[in-house]
Design a protein around this ligand. Sequence first.
Ligand SMILES: [Zn+2]
Ligand SMILES: [Zn+2]
Length: 110
Amino acid sequence: MPLEVVCPACGESDDLRGTGDGDRISLVCGRCGREWERSARPRCSRCGTEDVEPVPLAIVEKGRGTQLSVVGTRTIHLCASCDAERLARYHANRPNPLMPDALPTLPDGT
Ligand SMILES: [Zn+2]
Ligand SMILES: [Zn+2]
């Protein structure tokens, strides 16, 4: 294990098995059997750099009528080079969360 990991249920830190790569690692505790997932260090999915910035992305749902409402946010990681445009857009509107590129389709106003 490259990083210090402990079982969230019993605190075991030695008898752990990890599988998977990419941005998700599944871990199983050999002592109590607890399974959980932890995220690896965030990386850019395009160029692989770790030079990414956590950004809150708005979760938008279509409300009543033509209203779009922000129902929450989730954290995404934007790359300073691949996602420069979106990153700049976020910084321009701080502290508002970044709006997703694809919004739920609005009904025609006709
Ligand atoms: Zn355990
Ligand atoms: Zn990148």
